[in-house]
Design a protein around this ligand. Structure first.
Ligand code: GDP
Ligand code: MG
Length: 437
């Protein structure tokens, strides 16, 4: 632990505050959180390895808190991995044909309706819905109910049990009736099986869709990846629809599917209603995965711990009356890093006095920092030697301040040390010290 603190302090005093220590521990936790958020382990490992490298590479960017920077890096990485940009679907054609695929219950029929509504209203194109689920008697009816709701015509042939000829006939019908987009809803099974695969493959080969979508229930977590892989190998789909994201599912499937099959996610479904359709935004999903995996919290906690260790180190030195100018500088650094300065000044014993008269913003620290940095290491660690006027004069010259300013700071620093001493006595020999900084 002491090694860790030493290193942490070195980094506080130096430039980079993203250090190998907090990156390595945090990255490990991030990996666990990603897996918790349903991201496939291999994908999570690859992602976090890359994040680690990048975080360490960005050492010098110190204007942001390391935790924030790390979150930002993770967010960027996840976004990029999910394609970065929104992906359009291809509905150009006369007519354009969209084919739905996926397991039973994944949300194909519901999404067919949503997409028809979306294209009808947002793209202003006349749509035809096609019922090709020939196995369940209620399936045609379900699509018809959906079609009525959104005012889109549904093509069905209740007596025909051949999805290939139904879809071919539907396309003919669409041409004759001026439908610009045909959405073909197909049957699914509870698990991947040969018959279903053959059927969807036959339909695809026969109608040559401009867009084949694979619909997957995001609540199926890791299974979603395997299903996506099997469907993709067989029918080489163009895009993914991730449904049921309105539940408390974490969306890690989006990341895994994209990484494993390398096909864009194009839409998400967030409810049973016809307007619960969203164009997939990689950035938004990255945020969701971060939040759901509690990564934001986690990184904050790690960061707090980091700050706390430094605080504890300073406390120990205060208790032993060893608080010196290096510690003073480190404390200033921390105050600056904490953000809302005015609220925080009062939390540090003695600090409020030193800074009482300054208008508090980052610049107010500059003369103080300059003075301390102009002290030699020996002077910083042994404040008593600063009694000599020649040293004060040299420091004033070196820091571009007046002797008056240097004197003031030294006086304030000595007052601060006196106060720490007093407080130590009050707290029974300093056992509890400044525990509640
Ligand atoms: P299919 O068998 O693939 O055609 O799936 P369905 O479209 O029939 O959907 C199966 C069930 O999931 C139905 O009860 C739908 O209402 C429901 N469902 C579909 N999409 C969503 C969604 O995005 N959110 C929620 N909460 N339910 C959905
Ligand atoms: Mg269906």
């Amino acid at each position: 632990l002491s090694q860790r603190i030493d290193k942490a302090v070195k980094n506080l005093k130096g430039k980079g505050r993203i250090t190998e220590i907090n990156v390595a521990t945090t990255v490990k936790e991030i990996r666990r959180a990603l897996v918790d958020a349903d991201v496939n382990y291999k994908v999570a490992k690859q992602v976090t390895d890359e994040i680690k490298e990048e975080a360490l590479g960005r050492k010098v960017l110190i204007n942001v808190e390391p935790g924030q920077l790390l979150v930002k890096i993770v967010h960027e990485k996840l976004t990029a991995l999910m394609g970065g940009e929104e992906e359009e679907i291809n509905i150009e054609g006369d007519p354009a044909v969209v084919l739905m695929s996926g397991l039973q219950g994944s949300g194909k029929t519901t999404f067919s309706g949503k997409l028809a509504n979306f294209i009808n209203k947002k793209r202003n194109k006349k749509v035809l819905l096609v019922a090709c689920d020939v196995y369940r008697p209620a399936a045609i009816n379900q699509l018809q109910v959906v079609g009525e709701q959104i005012g889109v015509e549904v093509y069905a042939e209740p007596e025909n049990k051949n999805p290939v000829s139904i879809s071919q006939n539907a396309i003919k019908y669409a041409k004759e009736n001026n439908h610009k987009v045909v959405i073909v809803d197909t049957a699914g099974r509870l698990a991947v099986d040969e018959e279903m695969m053959k059927e969807i493959e036959d339909v695809k080969n026969a109608i040559k869709p401009s867009e084949t979508l694979f619909v997957v229930d995001s609540m199926t977590g890791q299974d979603a990846v395997n299903t996506a892989k099997t469907f993709n190998e067989r029918i080489n789909f163009d895009g993914v629809v991730l449904t049921k994201l309105d539940g408390d599912t974490r969306g890690g499937a989006a990341l895994s599917i994209r990484a494993v099959v390398n096909k864009p996610i194009k839409f998400t479904g967030t409810g049973e209603k016809m307007d619960a359709i969203n164009v997939f935004r990689p950035e938004g999903m990255a945020g969701r995965i971060l939040d759901m995996g509690d990564i934001v919290d986690l990184v904050r906690r790690t960061e707090d711990m980091f700050e706390k260790e430094e605080m504890e180190r300073l406390n120990r030195k205060m208790r032993k009356n060893q608080f010196d100018y290096d510690d003073f500088l480190s404390q200033l650094q921390q105050i600056k890093n904490m953000g809302n300065l005015k609220d925080l000044i009062g939390m540090l014993p003695g600090m409020n006095k030193v800074l009482r008269d300054v208008d508090i913003d980052e610049n107010s620290f500059k003369p103080i920092e300059a003075i301390i940095r102009s002290m030699t290491p020996h002077e910083r660690q042994n404040p008593a030697v600063l009694k000599e006027g020649s040293r004060r004069k040299r420091i004033a010259n070196g820091s571009g301040t007046s002797i008056q300013q240097v004197n003031n700071l030294i006086k304030q620093f000595e007052d601060m040390r006196k106060m720490m001493k007093k407080m130590n006595k009050m707290t029974k020999g300093g056992k509890r010290g400044f525990a509640n900084l």
